[in-house]
Design a protein around this ligand. Structure first.
Ligand SMILES: [Zn+2]
Ligand SMILES: [Zn+2]
Length: 378
């Protein structure tokens, strides 16, 4: 028996998984028993190749082999392989560790043969994606919305069994109650037998004498379903809420899919959001900026009084701590930032004009080196 798996496959010790897979395909084809009927040497060689592949294609086993050699695999010599051959060729079901092996042959003959009929067993329901637009306030404070979604749901009439209530169950004639259908197909390597869940009974081995009159045996029907979605306070634009099991219903006992709600938050006329912070602008009169004043500021939660100190410059930003949006995880809120814009009066009365001129004189407005009418007036 093979004492060096790498040599058997003709690869080096640092071969990648891909190298090993490729080398294995080549060797398996070369020594396949259907090409060497009655040739004991070829049969042994084929066994060695498979044994080597079984170990080297498995990360854990390969590591173990590199460390301890084939002794680590309980007797070596085609261990998981007894009875692998039969008169008709090759029966994968008797092949321990068939997973990797069968997979390779599936890719070999990809598409040509019968598809794997997994779809006949329990089927998981598909996920559903839903887009939802929220107002600025709903996103900030959280809310609950009810969606109406048209989707496959479990059939109530038969309680998702697919059988008309009261009808008897009988042994499936297609698979004779085994729940499995075996197909033998011709390949270039000879006949190959594969087993798949029975399409008639979905692997149950029994069928219902009468199918459900509502879902016709499909176990689910399409219907509008109302789904409540809790929107947590602080949810932001482009976030997604996952509702486990609220997608399409599974069929034949399979689990439900999930519902993904993608959130779009509408802009607000008043507030600009940045993460959990809120930004607004407040316009004040030149005189309020010069003399100082108390102004009213609308925050998300309530109206507050903001003290504008005398001499406030246009563009100054005031921070209202924890007056922003509630944070999704953890406690606290973001802040509210108020940017002050000082408005210069664009239309003034004659009297105001005189007062401004007087003010200019009082302020000893520097007009040095400047030309202009103000110079003449002061
Ligand atoms: Zn069946
Ligand atoms: Zn039904």
């Amino acid at each position: 028996m093979a004492d060096d798996y790498y040599k058997t496959l003709g690869v080096s010790k640092d071969a990648t998984d891909q190298d090993i897979k490729k080398a294995y395909r080549k060797m398996a084809l070369k020594y396949h028993p259907d090409k060497h009927k009655g040739d004991k040497d070829a049969e042994n060689k084929f066994k060695e190749v498979n044994e080597a592949y079984e170990v080297l294609s498995d990360k854990q086993k390969r590591q173990q082999y590199d460390q301890f050699g084939s002794a680590g695999f309980g007797g070596g010599g085609g261990a998981g392989f007894q009875g692998g051959f039969n008169a008709n060729g090759f029966d994968f079901s008797q092949f321990s560790g068939a997973g990797g092996f069968a997979d390779i042959f599936e890719t070999f003959f990809g598409g040509g043969g019968a598809p794997r009929q997994k779809s006949n067993g329990p089927q998981q329901g598909r996920d559903i994606e839903f887009r939802m637009e929220l107002s600025f306030e709903d996103a900030a404070f959280g809310t609950e919305k009810e969606l109406s979604i048209s989707k496959p749901v479990s059939c109530d009439h038969c309680h998702a069994t697919g059988a008309e209530p009261g009808s008897k169950s009988i042994t499936c004639k297609t698979c004779n109650g085994t729940g499995e259908v075996r197909t033998v197909r011709q390949t270039i390597l000879g006949q190959m037998a594969t087993a798949a869940p029975c399409g008639e009974c979905h692997g149950e081995g029994r069928i219902h004498e009468k199918k459900c009159s509502v879902c016709h045996g499909a176990t689910r029907i399409k219907r509008d379903e109302r789904v409540k979605v809790k929107i947590p306070a602080g949810v932001d634009n482009d976030s997604t809420i996952r509702l486990s099991g609220k997608g399409e219903a599974g069929a034949f006992g399979g689990p439900n899919g999930d519902l993904y709600v993608h959130i779009r938050v509408a802009a607000s006329k008043k507030f600009v959001r940045n993460g959990y912070d809120v930004h607004t602008e407040e316009h004040i009169h030149l005189l309020q900026a010069v003399l100082g004043d108390d102004i009213e500021v609308e925050t998300l939660q309530e109206k507050l009084t903001l003290k504008i100190p005398a001499g406030t410059q246009s563009g100054r930003v005031f921070r209202l701590k924890e007056r922003g949006i509630e944070k999704l995880r953890g406690s606290g809120k973001g802040d509210h930032f108020v940017k002050i814009i000082v408005d210069i009066p664009s239309k003034i009365s004659r009297k105001e004009r005189d007062l401004y001129i007087e003010l200019a004189g009082e302020a000893k407005l520097s007009t040095k080196g400047k030309k202009g009418f103000l110079k003449g007036l002061l």
